[in-house]
Ligand binder design. Structure first.
Ligand code: NIG
Ligand code: FE
Length: 415
């Protein structure tokens, strides 16, 4: 009797575990049973010949395998796009000015309110396929372009449906506190009341959200308003995360630390005090180089200080129509290295284990280790540094999710 369901052979592993960069095991094998990693190590340590050990042997032709990539911050579901605002930005009008003139998040709000569920599903699925083609096996999607009850619920239902119909696990986040809609102009407190008393309970009742997020910024909401939002999330047993320190230092580190948030995202302007407050709390700093690049930001997130304080650092696309129309997580790895000076090892951790941590899933995935989900990306590369090195390449040759092959570009050949 074969002891394993599947054995990956003739493969090099970047396990992203242990203390060595990339957690490399060369000339390796990896066994899968019941959708989880059952064994891994140097092939010479296998307790028999591959065919005797597993019902199915996949020969990877000397390719590299990493944990399936995790995009832990996206706004993938939305109506329309903001290409015309892009033209304005190139003429020198800032993201903030466009927002204040009634564009920005509000213009996507109008297009999203006008889009039905099938339209939102189809456009998001198209974008998602680009990410899945890079070995992304887990992906977070936020609401936040409805800003009314029906559209927030519709966005989250679409996100759930994407997870059911495409071969990826979707983690959903309720971002009702993304911006104040016209119905509540001049009354952000009233809007937060509406979000916490009318929308969040419905979201929870329908099981539509895995976490709650907000936009902590003068364009978004104040610390007192975020405190109220997070208190409501806690009452419903939901973890929280925050868009923080994107355009200014607002002491967001202390705010997220106080709430033991899963993550604080953007973080260009976080202060040394903010980093100190977050250190040791488990909160992950999620860096979004696409938004930094696209909004012509010049303030680089203080990566060296984060590193010095042992803050976990993740990297994500922030895929959205206004500040980061990005559909490549692999490109974000390169940008995180070049623009933010992450090491390529940190960039790989940033889209695997640290991204898993930012979603509260680190015990289940994010590394290649026995017991974790068999979510695996297979790459046509000679060394894992190449994932961060190339600009605009997609060396993904295949992907496995929960033990099933979900992407095959010729990765799984014969011996
Ligand atoms: O992560 N900063 C707020 N939210 C998004 C942008 C959303 C938008 O512009 O549509 C972000 O950058
Ligand atoms: Fe965002």
């Amino acid at each position: 009797m074969a002891r394993w369901d599947t054995l990956l052979a003739n493969v090099h592993l970047a396990t992203v575990s242990g203390t060595e960069p990339y957690g490399i095991v060369e000339n390796a094998a990896l066994a899968i049973s019941a959708g989880r990693i059952a064994w891994l190590g140097p092939a010479r340590d296998l307790p028999g010949s591959p065919q005797d050990l597993a019902r199915r042997v996949l020969y990877l032709g000397g390719r590299w395998a990493t944990p399936g990539l995790i995009d832990c911050h996206t706004h993938l579901v939305y109506g329309g796009n903001r290409a015309r605002e892009f033209e304005l930005m190139l003429k020198g009008v800032s993201y903030t000015e466009i927002f204040k003139a009634g564009g920005g998040i509000r213009s996507t709000m109008k297009a999203t309110r006008a889009a039905d569920e099938d339209e939102l599903f189809a456009t998001a699925a198209g974008r998602m396929k680009a990410l899945l083609g890079e070995g992304v096996t887990t992906l977070e999607i936020k609401s936040g372009y409805g800003l009314d009850l029906d559209t927030e619920l519709r966005m989250l239902r679409v996100a759930r449906r994407l997870g059911r119909e495409l071969p990826v696990q979707v983690v959903t986040t309720f971002l009702g506190a993304h911006a104040c809609p016209p119905e509540h102009d001049g009354d952000k407190d009233g809007y937060i009341d509406f979000v916490t008393q009318s929308v969040l309970p419905r979201v929870v009742k329908e099981g539509l959200a895995d976490a709650v997020d907000g936009f902590y910024d003068p364009l978004g909401f104040s610390a007192a308003q975020i405190d109220r939002l997070f208190a409501a999330a806690k009452d419903h047993g939901l973890p929280v995360k925050l868009h923080a320190e994107q355009f200014a230092d607002l002491n967001g580190g202390a705010l997220v630390a106080r709430h033991r948030a899963l993550s604080a995202d953007h973080m260009e302007y976080v202060s040394p005090e903010g980093i100190a407050a977050m250190a040791g709390t488990g909160t992950v700093a999620v860096l979004l180089p696409g938004a930094f690049y696209f909004t012509h930001e010049t303030q680089v997130p203080p990566v060296a200080a984060m590193r010095a304080r042992g803050l976990p650092v993740a990297v994500a696309t922030d895929s959205n129509p206004g500040s980061s129309p990005a559909l490549s997580l692999v490109l974000m790895m390169n940008m995180a290295c070049v623009l933010f000076r992450l090491t390529p090892d940190e960039a790989l951790k940033g889209v695997t284990i640290q991204a898993a941590r930012a979603l509260g899933l680190a015990a289940d995935r994010g590394t290649l280790e026995v017991g974790k989900r068999a979510d695996i990306a297979v790459w046509d590369i000679g060394h894992p540094v190449e994932l961060s090195y190339a600009i605009g390449a997609n060396p993904c040759a295949g992907a496995i999710r929960g033990g099933d092959v979900v992407l095959d570009r010729g990765a799984f050949g014969a011996a």
